[in-house]
Design a binder for this molecule. Structure first.
Ligand SMILES: [Zn+2]
Length: 271
């Protein structure tokens, strides 16, 4: 349960404005099966849906899905393939079991709890360590520092996860990004894909690029060039960042109306 509640807390943040109306749109959560037919990620990561989803089996080589009851183990087939590929590589390199948290609902779309993103089947929450999820904090957020669970193996797991060519970006706690910037040679190619964000102390969040079979998938703005070890990272440790976080916490639950989902998503619900 601990992993579940933390995933909820942490992943609320990942992008866009708080979509109150959409979050309250329970039609998406009521879907039990994917649509038939070809796969397609529709719309934005935080305002979209998913056609022809694949399900990740509860267990496979090198991974296991936690919180199965949440029924968020669906994704674009590219995401399912990515997780299998990552888990097999971690297994082959003796880097430990991959714990898989939320992917998407059977037809994607907004969830009643937890996330803003994870809507188009291209986002996945994954464990930093191979340890028991309930003890797998690698950052002590209150103290702003790493915990004893952080080690070289975690760095190698992040390297494997972020180096895959299908990956667009990976969200991690700012304390992790700061540590890696201090420790790794500047210009380390995969480091630029690691983006600091609130939460993410017990899991990292992988976001894939729009797959080539998904013309309706809306790309995110390209990442800035470089490894991201610059003033944009320093900001996360300022009073301004703390104030912003407090504002965000206050805003949860009383933000304006939801963005309208792409029209195609209404068809996805009707199928
Ligand atoms: Zn997430």
């Amino acid at each position: 349960m601990v992993l579940g509640s933390l995933l909820l807390a942490a992943c609320v943040a990942v992008s866009g404005g708080r979509a109150r109306g959409a979050v309250n749109d329970r039609r998406w959560n009521a879907q039990t099966v994917p649509t038939r037919g070809p796969a397609g990620a529709v719309g934005d990561y935080a305002n979209g849906c998913l056609e022809g989803a694949a399900a990740l089996p509860a267990k496979g080589r090198g991974y296991r899905v936690s919180q199965i009851f949440r029924h968020r183990f669906f994704g674009h087939p590219a995401l399912i393939a990515y997780i299998r590929r990552l888990a097999q590589t971690l297994d082959r390199k003796h880097l430990g079991l991959l714990t898989v948290g939320d992917l998407a609902q059977p037809r994607g779309g907004p969830t009643p709890t937890g996330h803003r993103s994870h809507q188009s089947g291209l986002d996945a929450d994954l464990g930093y360590t191979a340890g028991s999820p309930a003890t797998a904090f690698v950052v002590d957020v209150a103290k702003g520092r790493l915990t004893p669970l952080w080690n070289a193996k975690v760095i190698r797991r992040l390297e494997v996860a972020a180096s895959d060519p299908a990956v667009d970006r990976v969200f991690v706690n700012p304390v992790i990004k700061r540590e890696l910037c201090a420790r790794l040679p500047s210009g380390t190619p995969w480091l630029g894909r690691l983006r600091p964000w609130w939460g993410h102390q017990d899991h990292f969040h992988v976001r894939l690029q729009c797959p080539s079979d998904s013309p309706a998938c809306q790309r995110q703005k390209a990442l800035p060039v470089g490894d991201g070890c610059d003033q944009s990272l320093d900001w996360w440790f300022t009073a301004d960042a703390r104030a912003t976080q407090e504002d965000r916490q206050r805003a949860i639950g009383d933000a304006p109306a939801a963005p309208v989902l792409p029209p195609r998503c209404e068809e996805v619900l009707r199928q």
